[in-house]
Design a protein around this ligand. Structure first.
Ligand code: ARG
Length: 461
């Protein structure tokens, strides 16, 4: 049998292997609800413009609603021979309402239909991702407020650098996620244009009203150029790259969670529900969730590269290559949605081990830079000189196996006579942290204010 929808000029059926290669129905069935929405809007536009009769439009719209119900009830049968979701739906519509169904495809093509469906999918998913990001930001801000004065080591080169507050560290992810969110929000401006009515690629001679169908579907306006409308996929690339950046950001936090739950760090604890056991080593509690989130970034980046490579050098306008946009898009969206959901759970449930974090912060001579600053501020010496003096103080502490804040004035004076008891009294761990009040700094007072600011901003979201 030749294809029912386009087989007019064909005398032989499609080769079965080609059919397998060519069909997209196994994945583009996910566009069904948008496809029906788009078809109803198109039919209404055709009726309004006098291209079909109102009664025909009603028949078509009601028929499409019955198809939608069959899909929702799981009664709709997908047929590979009909290639894709567009032709599966139209064919079923024909079975239900008869030949009048054939009028639906007036002044349109699958080329404008598929990108319109895809844009509606992208808009819905983008809004959903924005909400999920905000959920993560909210939970992070709450944890930051709960831990506004929980001291932990801050790292550079994964070596203890300076003491920070856990709240400050968590809020850095709130900022990072905010930029992810803004990227998605910004992309909505470009997604919000309707390709419908571009037809195959050149527009149409029917007196269609593209403004009307665009408005019916909730778009801001129709796209301006029919060639651009059917051939561009940059909006998918944009979503995929936003998703790839987000997944990389999540993978960095996931990596920190993995480090923090390790026996060596022991900074946080995750509940049993968010860890898994080992089939051989009874003592293990593995942070699989975080590990999978870390690795999923690879998969999402893969989706972006797939589509970039598909698009590279592709001539305008529509080419069947463009059908390959869907699987990477669906996969990346599903992956990031699940990652964001699991991340929410992990942030909510993680319990910091405050004693252990404080001990680690003190261990690595993390206040050396602050001692150097205290010397600069009190002895009127250049920072470079003070850096040298503190270098010797650290060596002394190391040789004598003492943390820096336990050295006494006599110890300091062995290195430099100018260091007085008043000066040494200023070297307290707590004081150093509380003094980091520069804008954006780690002082608990700053962190409390910032966490509250974020919670307020995210409150009604
Ligand atoms: N399934 C196709 C896709 O996803 C729909 C458009 C087909 N257009 C065509 N001229 N064969 O791209």
């Amino acid at each position: 049998m030749t294809n029912k929808m386009w087989g007019g000029r064909f005398s032989k059926a499609t080769n079965e292997l080609l059919e397998d290669l060519n069909a997209s129905i196994s994945y583009d069935y996910r566009l069904a609800k948008y496809d029906i929405e788009v078809s109803i809007a198109h039919a209404m536009m055709l009726a309004k413009s006098g291209i079909i009769k109102n009664e025909e439009c009603d028949l078509i719209a009601n028929g499409l609603k019955s198809v939608k119900k069959e899909i929702d009830d799981g009664k709709f049968e997908l047929n590979k021979q009909l290639e894709d979701i567009h032709m599966n739906i139209e064919s079923r519509l024909t079975e239900i309402i008869g030949p009048v169904a054939g009028k639906l495809h007036t002044a349109r093509s699958r080329n404008d239909q598929v990108v319109t469906d895809t844009r509606l999918f992208l808009i819905e998913k983008t809004n959903n991702l924005i909400a999920l990001i905000e959920e993560n930001q909210k939970i992070l801000s709450q944890q930051a407020l709960d831990n506004f004065d929980t001291i932990m080591p801050g790292y550079t080169h994964l070596q203890v650098a300076q003491p920070i507050t856990l709240g400050h560290h968590l809020l850095s992810y709130v900022e990072l996620l905010n930029r992810d969110k803004l990227r998605f929000k910004d992309s909505l401006k470009r997604l919000n244009e309707s390709p419908l009515g571009a037809a195959a690629m050149a527009g149409t001679s029917y007196p269609i009203d593209r403004e009307y169908s665009a408005k019916l579907l909730g778009f801001d306006r129709p796209m301006s150029n029919s060639i651009d409308a059917v051939s561009s996929r940059d909006m998918i690339l944009e979503t995929l790259s936003n998703t790839a950046i987000l997944s990389v950001n999540l993978s960095r936090f996931a990596e920190e969670i993995i480090l923090w739950v390790s026996t060596e760090f022991n900074f946080i604890k995750l509940p049993d529900s968010l860890t898994t056991g080992s089939s051989i080593m009874p003592q293990k509690r593995n942070p699989d969730g975080a590990e999978i989130i870390r690795s999923k970034a690879g998969r999402v980046i893969g989706s972006l590269s797939t589509l970039l490579v598909v698009m590279k050098g592709l001539p305008l306008t529509y080419n069947k290559d463009l059908q390959e946009d869907k699987e990477p898009l669906f996969d990346a969206i599903d992956t990031i949605e699940l990652s964001l959901q699991v991340m929410c759970q992990m942030i909510t449930e993680m319990k910091p081990n405050k004693d252990r974090m404080l001990k680690s912060a003190k261990n690595g001579y993390s206040i050396a830079t602050d001692i150097a600053d205290i010397l600069v501020q009190n002895l009127d010496i250049p920072f470079r000189d003070s850096h040298k003096i503190v270098g010797s103080i650290v060596s002394f502490a190391e040789e004598n196996n003492k943390p820096l804040d336990e050295l006494v004035v006599e110890d300091y004076q062995k290195i430099d006579k100018r260091i007085t008891i008043e000066l040494v009294n200023k070297i307290s761990f707590d004081r150093i942290i509380h003094n980091k009040t520069s804008q954006g700094g780690t002082a608990p007072s700053n962190v409390k204010k910032e966490a509250k600011k974020w919670l307020k901003a995210l409150k009604n979201r």
